[in-house]
Design a protein around this ligand. Structure first.
Ligand code: CO
Length: 500
């Protein structure tokens, strides 16, 4: 047996190159001087093409085949078999994509990122439009390599959530919408909590200090990670011992920065909990983006938007901000952080309207990719849909179509995983409470260890060894995402909060 160990060495090298690219990208979004953008774009493109070359080399295919034979008798859930399965799947996908398209995608998205940031800053969609046009064209050319499909979105969805198709997703989303809209109506008809005390001046340094304390209590290891500032909060992993997060801070929105920190912290805890044996392999990753998002959403919503969490952390929150919080109490913060109000920005949306933001962008993507909507008409279409889904219209494109980074990265088909993650988070929480008992007392005591241990042993440790469906079976004992779990959680929480 020697093909498998040699394969491990080769993929470790590829994984190192990926980590290097991720670090360049992290720097790009945090500290890089503005005028370095062009050089950085070619550096990233060069790395992407080297990675692609190695992954699709003819020698690599033979090598993979020999390694597969060597481990054929290993148990199906062994690292060896799981790794070969994932490598084969990746190879089959990657090898359909010509190197020229890979390079073009990397280069265009690096330049588009800059154009998007500027367009968002000045709320001028026309600066980003030509890039969006090119990125859509590249996405269509990419999808065409995987024909036949029922919907042009399918090959793109599959990149983020293995096996996901529009056919599967569309009824799930319409079912959700059917239940969310009446709930939203009931909430809108009830008296709204007062959250004006949270729009005072909260010193950014204090906000970052508070977030760091919460992150440390959650179990985020600052010796294997750090937090910095960026336009759009994200998590970046450079191997299993360096998983960094970013946030953005506004003086008049202290909960937004806290929730984004906890959200990214949830992503980071997932990666940091992966079995070290999987380091420097493609298995050192989440089971899917949906599962990744289930972890960020679980910490953000079920933990940091819960009453026990605030019973634990409010005294410290007020200690850091005695001025703005002089007349506030735990219950007031709990009500304010769960205020349901249709807003324009997805990342700052409440739990009830969040999925409507996701559905909006998914519908836009389907129409843009299928060519039933032109880029020129996209901002107006966005505003119309915003009215239809959320009942409000953005006054400017920076609050509408330009708000999210994903399209500038060429990431079409990514958004639905946000909604899947939200649904999964409720399902995983229910399983955790079934096994550990109610978690309220632990949360109130700031003791997140039992929850984190459950998540680690059941989900994190396995990394990307299993398909999303098999992962769900291992975590929750079922094979289908059940939206009833999330909807039941919302109904219970918000009927109590809003008194209906
Ligand atoms: Co996330």
């Amino acid at each position: 047996m020697n093909a498998f160990p040699a394969l491990l060495a080769e993929i470790a090298l590829i994984q190192d190159l990926r980590s290097a690219a991720a670090l360049l990208d992290w720097d790009h979004q945090t500290y890089m001087p503005r005028n370095a953008a062009e050089d950085r774009a070619s550096q990233l493109a060069s790395l992407a093409s080297v990675i692609h070359e190695r992954e699709t080399a003819p020698g690599y295919a033979k090598h993979l085949e020999a390694a597969e034979k060597e481990v054929a008798d290993f148990p199906p859930d062994s690292l060896e078999r799981c790794l070969v399965r994932v490598l084969k799947r990746n190879f089959e996908k990657e090898s359909r994509v010509p190197a020229s398209l890979v390079r073009e995608l990397a280069e265009t998205s690096a330049n588009a990122h800059h154009a998007w940031a500027e367009a968002r800053e000045t709320s001028d969609f026309s600066l980003f439009a030509p890039f969006l046009e090119r990125l859509l064209d590249l996405a269509r050319r990419y999808a065409a390599l995987f024909a036949p499909y029922r919907n042009i979105c399918d090959p793109l969805l599959d990149n983020y959530e293995e096996g996901l198709t529009a056919q599967h997703l569309d009824p799930l989303f319409s079912g959700l919408q059917e239940k969310l809209v009446p709930l939203l109506r009931k909430i809108a008809a009830s008296p709204q909590p007062d959250d004006s005390f949270l729009r005072e001046n909260f010193d950014p340094a204090g906000q970052l200090r508070f977030s760091a304390e919460v992150l440390a209590r959650m179990g985020y290891d600052f010796t294997r990670g750090r937090q910095d500032l960026s336009v759009h909060p994200f998590t970046a992993s450079f191997g299993l011992n360096d998983v960094r997060i970013t946030t953005r801070v506004q003086p008049d929105a202290p909960l937004s920065s806290l929730l984004s920190s906890v959200h990214e912290g949830g992503h980071a805890l997932y990666e940091l909990g992966i079995d070290k044996k999987l380091n420097r392999t493609p298995l050192a990753n989440g089971a899917s983006l949906g599962f990744h998002e289930s972890q960020s959403r679980l910490w953000e919503n079920l933990v940091a938007r819960s009453l026990p969490f605030w019973e634990c952390f409010f005294p410290r929150f007020r200690e850091i901000f005695p001025g703005p919080l002089a007349d506030a109490d735990t219950a007031a913060v709990y009500r304010a952080i769960n205020k349901v109000t249709p807003s324009l920005i997805r990342t700052e949306a409440d739990e009830v309207t969040y999925n409507l933001h996701v559905m909006l962008r998914y519908e836009m993507e389907k129409e843009l990719l299928n060519g039933t909507l032109s880029v020129k008409d996209a901002p107006d279409a966005w505003n119309r849909k915003s009215m239809e889904y959320l009942g409000i219209e953005p006054g400017k494109d920076s609050l509408g179509i330009l708000q999210d980074i994903h399209w500038s990265m060429g990431s079409f088909g990514y958004f639905p995983t946000y909604a899947l993650g939200t649904l999964l988070s409720a399902q995983i929480w229910q399983t955790a409470e079934k096994e550990l008992g109610p978690l309220d007392a632990d949360l109130r005591a700031g003791n997140f260890a039992p929850l984190l241990d459950f998540l680690r042993s059941r989900l994190h440790v396995h990394g990307a060894m299993f398909t999303p469906q098999e992962t769900l079976r291992r975590v929750c004992g079922v094979t289908e995402i059940d939206p009833a779990c999330f909807l039941g959680y919302l109904e219970k929480k918000y009927s109590a909060l809003y008194g209906f």
